[in-house]
Write a protein that binds this ligand. Structure first.
Ligand SMILES: Cc1cc2nc3c(=O)[nH]c(=O)nc-3n(C[C@H](O)[C@H](O)[C@H](O)COP(=O)(O)OP(=O)(O)OC[C@H]3O[C@@H](n4cnc5c(N)ncnc54)[C@H](O)[C@@H]3O)c2cc1C
Length: 461
């Protein structure tokens, strides 16, 4: 596909659609929109626009489509697969000014939001109403970016991922046409499910301008625990036991010994450097969450758990799980001057110990710096591989190892990405994962975006 780079005439034309203070071609702005939080190499856009309304986005898209100028939507730039990097230049639409919570209908458990709303800000507002929006990628992500990546997080095991919380979308297509999909009913069997086509499409099919999201009641009581196991097999069995036992954990995370060492260093928790489960339970009373924690303790003990700590209440929960939530940043901090590849795969739960021990073996054998942690209840594994910024030999090995692990995940019936999306990094696995279905994905892309201007260079190999 041949794209047009932004020239002076385009800039003049675009200036008639948005005021100067919301359009920039300045060096520092272009740099800020050239990279996400991944290890992928940055590429600058030609210009950045901060839209403030639907009709503005529609006009800009119509113009860009006519002139075959690439348009890449931008939320908070916290992606880990290069998803918002404008690899073909063109325009970036930064949605940070479209950040209004339009309406909260608490008795319907719904909120209407603009795409630039940071999910943590929404949850702060909802807290006073006893509600929350459960998907929690951890970073300061926007709801537009979460919808585009179908983000999930530590609470997905109980509450589902972003796709389970989107009821209605207003989307601008590549030609500037705006369409609404979905309803405010909590379920529907009407027609093709366009919402779930757009959720996870990484801004390649259309741009989200407004969403109605599903909320849930904030639990009144919390408990959290840390269980240490002698080996991975025992921890895997405990995960299965907790899920099968109907304990419905709100968080069930498995950390490898190296992650535990990092947490000990930063938080002084003094945990044994062994495979460790971090877990959380939600309920309506202290008795209920205590009982769930005791059941988890019993299950863990029966699988050979060597240390079990727990706490009841919000403060205890925050103390115990805070360490897990900040693990990513702690690892980044532990390796200043390094780039970190954040590998994200998911497999059936039964394949879980095999893939993790295979990954650990590879890391050891190839002499790499690697940390494995996972949303264990979902079979979603992250392997963080750190390499010196300019050591191309080391990065070649990191690349080989990550490819081997992804192919193994696919062979075990899993996916190349559980939650970070395809972006740039996982394009090469699309054929292996989807086979003939990939041809139909390409046809869908061509139908919605015939000139391919929306976030080009992503998803497709
Ligand atoms: C420390 C750390 C931890 C993380 N942990 C997790 C985790 O546990 N789970 C998880 O899922 N992710 C995680 N992430 C990744 C990231 O936070 C999520 O993918 C998040 O959803 C990205 O949101 P964003 O607002 O930053 O979007 P961006 O990175 O800006 O964009 C993401 C994608 O959405 C597109 N996009 C943005 N806005 C729109 C719009 N309005 N319409 C259409 N497309 C749009 C972009 O083009 C891009 O393709 C983590 C990231 C970091 C840095």
């Amino acid at each position: 596909m041949e794209f047009t780079r932004l020239n002076e005439k385009h800039v003049r034309d675009l200036m008639t659609m948005v005021p100067t203070e919301r359009f920039s071609t300045g060096e520092s702005t272009l740099d800020l929109h050239s990279r996400d939080q991944s290890h992928h190499r940055p590429t600058r856009p030609d210009g950045v626009i901060w839209p403030i309304g639907k009709s503005e986005v529609s006009r800009i898209l119509g113009y860009a489509n006519e002139h075959t100028i690439p348009v890449t939507p931008w939320g908070a730039g916290s992606s880990l697969e290069g998803n918002p990097i404008p690899v073909h230049g063109g325009l970036v639409l930064d949605f940070s000014l479209m950040n209004h919570i339009i309406d909260i209908r608490e008795e319907d458990f719904q909120a209407d939001v603009e795409p630039g709303v940071i999910y943590k800000d929404l949850n702060e507002k909802l807290r006073h109403k006893g509600l929350f929006f459960p998907p929690d990628p951890g970073a300061d992500a926007t709801i537009g970016g979460m919808i585009a990546n179908n983000a999930s997080g530590t609470r997905t095991v109980r509450y589902g991922s972003t796709k389970d919380h989107v009821l209605r979308l207003s989307v601008a297509l590549a030609n500037g046409e705006i369409i609404d999909m979905g309803t405010r009913a909590s379920k529907s069997s009407s027609g093709y499910d366009l919402i779930h086509l757009f959720v996870g499409s990484e801004g390649t099919l259309g741009i989200v301008l407004e969403a109605t999201v599903r909320l849930v009641g904030l639990p009144s009581e919390f408990s959290a625990g840390i269980a240490t196991f002698p080996d991975l097999g025992a921890a895997g069995k405990a995960v299965f036991g907790i899920l099968r036992g109907g304990l419905s954990p709100a968080t069930l995370e498995l950390l490898d010994p190296k992650c535990v060492e990092v947490i000990n260093r930063e938080r002084g928790l003094g945990l044994k450097a062994l495979p460790t489960l971090f877990m959380e339970y939600h309920g309506s009373s202290e008795e209920q969450v205590s009982e769930l924690m005791e059941m988890a303790r019993d299950i863990s003990s029966s699988e050979g758990c060597v240390d079990f700590r727990s706490g009841i209440g919000r403060a205890e929960r925050d103390h115990i799980l805070g360490a897990r939530h900040e693990l990513g940043e702690m690892i980044f901090r532990a390796h200043p001057g390094y780039r970190v590849l954040s590998l994200d795969i998911a497999v059936p739960i039964t394949a879980y110990p095999e893939i993790i021990s295979g990954a650990s073996h590879e890391v050891l054998e190839r002499g790499l710096v690697g940390y494995t942690f996972s949303h264990a209840g979902d079979g979603n594994i992250h392997l963080l591989l750190a390499g010196e910024e300019d050591d191309s030999c080391q990065w070649a090995v990191i690349d080989q190892v990550s490819e081997k692990i992804v192919l193994k995940a696919l062979a075990l019936g899993g996916t190349a990405t559980g939650e970070h999306g395809v972006g740039i990094g996982k394009r090469r696995f699309m054929e292996a994962e989807h086979g003939k279905a990939l041809v139909w994905m390409k046809r869908i892309k061509a139908l919605f975006d015939p000139k391919g201007i929306l976030n080009p260079g992503k998803i497709f190999p």
